[in-house]
Ligand binder design. Structure first.
Ligand code: ATP
Ligand code: MG
Length: 159
């Protein structure tokens, strides 16, 4: 069913604002006001809580985590592009191909205090695929990371 993207992200960012504040991380969003997407709201919530939480976890104090949403034409389809970017520690090139695997974590030292299991991104990948979407990542060590989720604006079938 249609999800109002702007209210959806106000809600999602609201649930993360305490954690971000504690770490003095700025949470920003840039989302079109009139946009609705045909998607499963609970699954979307899991996708973006995971990506935004990673952004907060892997960004040092004083940093920024930003969500940017836009609509793009691709062939004869309308796609919604969700970019989650942070100013965090980044991911080494050699690890990038593996971060979507279950239980994969870049190294124990850097993520020791985040207490994760390494499942988050594998769940994100699964849920994006359920929506017939695409998922990609760009990262520069010590500079930051951007995850891009691309979902069709309209689904051909029920999810
Ligand atoms: P959890 O299951 O609690 O999400 P996790 O965060 O360790 O645990 P994933 O979300 O799957 O697991 O991420 C896998 C690994 O990818 C992380 O351990 C971390 O090393 C790296 N990673 C993920 N997102 C980022 C990011 N935004 N910046 C830097 N490294 C990241
Ligand atoms: Mg995670």
């Amino acid at each position: 069913s249609p999800v109002h993207v702007h209210s959806f992200f106000e809600m999602v960012l609201g649930t993360l604002s305490k954690v971000a504040e504690k770490k003095e991380i700025r949470l920003e969003m840039n989302v079109p006001e009139e946009l609705y997407i045909e998607a499963d709201e609970d699954k979307m919530k899991q996708i973006f809580i995971n990506l935004l939480s990673n952004g907060i976890n892997y960004t040092p104090e004083g940093g920024r985590v930003k969500l940017q949403v836009s609509v793009e034409h691709n062939e004869d389809e309308e796609e919604v592009v969700f970019a989650v970017s942070d100013t965090g520690i980044g991911i080494p090139k050699k690890d990038l191909p593996r971060i979507f695997e279950r239980f994969y974590r870049v190294d124990k030292g850097r993520s020791r205090n985040s207490g994760g299991t390494g499942l988050g991104l594998s769940i994100v990948k699964h849920l994006v695929e359920l929506h017939h979407g695409k998922l990609s990542v760009e990262s520069e060590l010590g500079m930051g990371t951007t995850f891009r989720v691309i979902l069709p604006l309209i689904q051909d079938e029920e999810i």
